[in-house]
Design a protein around this ligand. Structure first.
Ligand SMILES: C[S@@+](CC[C@H](N)C(=O)[O-])C[C@H]1O[C@@H](n2cnc3c(N)ncnc32)[C@H](O)[C@@H]1O
Length: 280
């Protein structure tokens, strides 16, 4: 498995810890299995201010937003870009008829399939794994896996964008905007540029670099980035803000006007109704 794919076991370990709390926000009964020992070792190695509470918040924010997209908006195609060790296909209460596409590197998908080999697929839903490099052309393999360009899609890009160079981030976000039918939704997270530059982040960033999975991209203006890539921003939330706290965030939230603050942003975007897909 590539070094960057190990980080999927890190985030799975954080989900296991949340699951094992009495006041858990969600239950991921598969998280400990897919995290394996390495996931918990990385949790210790990358320990830093707010990592574990942030991952609990991110998971909860996205779980709820995913629920709204499929239950209230009726979206039936869900694409996890860099699914990693995400087990939402198994653990969320999907409506009948949902097809979940999990895109990630081949070695990660193979390892995950082995670890979850004994888990039966829940009834009423379909999962397709698509082995790709998201910095190359991945749209052909997605279409070959059965994805329909004319139907709205829920795209989820969780825990990926900071690992990519800026141009790859822009290409990815623009590609999904061009591919998706009107009514599509994009959910995900991105960090601030200051998170890459603040001296307090340096030990954590050094560990990521030493392990071969450096953080490369951040922006102070996620609204602008998403709009430039063709998305209509419905909301941006920092952990600790209303709708992204869930009783987990232990720190104050500095106003956006305060500069040089390491931040994470959770986002929900829509595809404007006027959108005409170009790459279908
Ligand atoms: C931090 S994990 C996040 C996984 C999952 N979304 C989560 O939140 O737990 C980063 C994931 O990005 C995947 N990844 C990184 N670069 C990639 C690329 N170029 N193509 C496909 N997947 C990639 C890794 O394999 C890994 O699964």
């Amino acid at each position: 498995m590539e070094a960057v794919s190990r980080t999927a076991q890190w985030t799975a370990a954080a989900r296991a810890l949340e699951t094992e709390r009495e006041d858990r926000l969600f239950a991921d009964p598969y998280a400990r299995t897919v995290a394996d020992t390495i996931g918990f070792e990385l949790l210790d190695r990358y320990a830093g201010a707010g990592t574990v509470p942030f991952l609990a918040i991110r998971t909860t924010y996205l779980d709820r937003a995913i629920g709204r997209a499929v239950q209230e908006q009726g979206i039936r195609q869900v694409v996890f870009l860099a699914a990693g060790m995400d087990t939402r296909f198994h653990r969320l209460p999907w409506p009948d008829g949902v097809t979940v596409y999990e895109l990630d590197r081949p070695a990660l998908l193979d390892a995950k399939a082995r670890m979850l080999a004994d888990e039966p697929a829940p009834a009423g839903r379909t999962r397709r794994t698509v082995a790709v490099d998201l910095t190359q052309d991945w749209t052909g393999p997605l279409k070959e896996a059965g994805w329909h360009s004319e139907q709205p899609t829920l795209w989820v890009v969780e825990g990926l964008l900071f690992f990519l160079p800026e141009q790859a981030v822009r290409t990815l976000l623009s590609t999904v905007a061009q591919l998706g039918a009107p009514g599509s939704v994009l959910l995900g997270d991105v960090i601030s540029r200051a998170a890459l530059e603040n001296p307090l982040s340096r030990p954590f960033l050094n560990s990521l670099e030493e392990d071969g999975n450096p953080w490369l991209f951040g922006t102070e203006e996620p609204e602008q980035l998403l709009a430039e890539c063709g998305w209509q921003v419905r909301e941006i939330r920092q952990p600790g803000e209303e709708g992204a706290d869930f009783g987990r965030w232990p720190y104050p939230v500095p106003p956006r006007a305060t500069t040089r603050v390491p931040r994470s942003f959770l986002f929900t975007c829509d595809l404007p109704d006027t959108h005409e897909g170009e790459a279908r």
